[in-house]
Design a protein around this ligand. Structure first.
Ligand SMILES: *[C@@H]1O[C@H](CO)[C@@H](O)[C@H](O)[C@H]1NC(C)=O
Length: 464
């Protein structure tokens, strides 16, 4: 039975095709070139390799052709999910030097006075950003490239900090959930016994950039005692390790929740995970939006006489955000040609009205031009475009009734006139009958009623 393994291989091959993501990520290695300049060199992260040797890359410095080993799996898993059609991510690489966190609240993370020897050697910081994810990883490259058989350098991922939603767009007043996860595999220690089993303490901070400065919103060091700065703006985080393996790797969750967002909370958010001497940071850009409500007055009908202009129309565009990017268009829909076209007339926008929740409202005005009888039944519409709305926008409309053609038609008018005439006749007849009733003896009442009805019929005939 040789077909079964073959089938399994084919099935696995298909599965990896579906969930493969890019095999390699192209990066720029950026280095200080002295005198304030930066030197850029191409670098590549080989994430996975087909059967056989890695593809030959004579264009790369072998020190910068990196074959990624990711024991915690977060970096590789993130790219496996990367959609095939999506634009390639931007990737930048630089050298990293382990250093203790400087903030007072993070002091508890480093029990030892000196940097452990296990952290000696080269480190690379890789930052990847795209519309799909944003991540940073700390890698330890081997000191020398390996010949397998082309020259390539093995690099082990130690820490990855990652968000799957780097540009959250949140509706004004709703809670913002900023996604963050991290994964850590401690570098091999010469003396592993000095380390307590289980995930290490970590620190997590969330900042918002404001006027070039990072404004601290929240900092936590789960499991460590110490003075923490109070959380700002009622923010909370789910900072925790997901698992409790004795020796790693570990993954953790640092998702951040900002309740009922307001416009002032828009901006760049920096999430930093601190491990003793190691830090990983990603940035996210939060934007707030709110689609406008659109209504039109007067409504649902507007009246005009042929040759005269209907009254001014008022399109209320209310409670939207941001104030920028709003457009109000006026259309005349239906009418003689049936289609929809720009409504003629004088158009202007009112000034913005600011609401306490940060949203704004305004009025769009239209003073339509005089109408013709043929335009009876057409609809004036104001169509509003805003970044928070689908491309077609949102609209409200009002129907034009041209007087003399509308509501009670000519035929209706005649009918109405006749009815009134008849009613008058009936009232008159009833009046006579009542008068007769009072003066005529009882036995002749029935006869008189019949005559009265006959009189009514007569008058109807006459009227017609
Ligand atoms: C992190 O925690 C949040 C809140 O509990 C949850 O919604 C989210 O799915 C978690 N993320 C991961 C990757 O487990």
């Amino acid at each position: 039975m040789k077909t079964l393994p073959l089938l399994v291989a084919v099935a696995l091959g298909l599965a990896t095709c579906v969930l493969a993501g890019p095999a390699a990520i192209e990066c720029w290695f950026v280095e200080d070139a002295g005198q304030g300049g930066l030197a850029k060199k191409p670098a590549t992260l080989l994430l996975r390799q087909g059967p056989g040797e890695p593809p030959s890359r004579p264009d790369l410095d072998p020190q910068l052709y990196l074959k990624v080993d990711d024991p915690a799996g977060a970096l590789l898993a993130a790219f496996k999910r990367y959609p095939a059609g999506a634009p390639a991510p931007q990737c930048e690489m630089s050298r990293f030097v382990p250093f203790p966190a400087s903030a007072n609240w993070a002091k508890g993370l480093i029990p030892e006075q000196s940097c452990p020897r296990a952290l000696d050697g080269d480190w690379l910081l890789v930052s990847v950003s795209s519309s799909i994810l944003s991540l940073s990883s700390l890698l330890r490259p081997q000191p020398e490239p390996r010949r397998e058989p082309i020259l390539i350098t093995m690099a082990t991922v130690v820490l990855t900090v990652l968000t799957h939603n780097p540009a959250p767009r949140i509706q004004l007043g709703k809670d913002a959930v900023l996604d963050l996860s991290f994964a850590y595999m401690p570098p091999t220690l010469e003396d592993a016994t000095s380390l307590a089993p289980g995930p290490p303490p970590f620190g997590l901070e969330w900042r918002r950039q404001h006027l070039g400065k990072g404004h601290l919103l929240l900092a936590v060091t789960p499991g460590l005692v110490g003075q923490m700065p109070p959380a700002q703006e009622r923010s909370v985080t789910f900072a925790a390790w997901d698992d409790n393996e004795p020796w790693g790797p570990w993954t953790g969750n640092g998702t951040f929740l900002l309740p009922a967002v307001r416009p002032f909370q828009e901006g760049i958010y920096l999430a930093t995970v601190h491990l003793p001497y190691l830090q990983g940071q990603v940035s996210l850009e939060l934007t707030v939006h709110k689609p406008p409500k659109v209504s039109l007055t007067p409504g649902p009908l507007v009246w005009a006489v042929p040759g005269e202009a209907p009254p001014e129309l008022l399109c209320r565009v209310s409670h939207f955000y941001p104030p920028e990017g709003l457009e109000v268009e006026w259309e005349l829909r239906g009418g003689p040609d049936g289609g929809s076209r720009r409504a003629e007339g004088q158009k202007w926008l009112s000034t913005l009205h600011h609401h306490s929740d940060g949203s704004v409202s305004l009025f769009g005005h239209l003073q339509p031009t005089p109408v013709t009888a043929e335009q009876h039944g057409a609809r004036y519409a104001c169509r509003v475009h805003h970044p928070s709305l689908p491309a077609s926008g949102r609209s409200a409309e009002v129907t034009l009734e041209v007087a003399g053609l509308s509501g009670p038609s000519i035929e209706d008018g005649i009918g109405l006139f006749l009815s009134a005439f008849l009613l008058l006749g009936l009232i008159k007849v009833l009046g006579w009958m009542a008068a007769a009733y009072l003066t005529i003896p009882k036995n002749s009442k029935k006869k008189l009623m019949a005559e009265g009805l006959a009189t009514q019929e007569d008058s109807e005939k006459k009227a017609q």
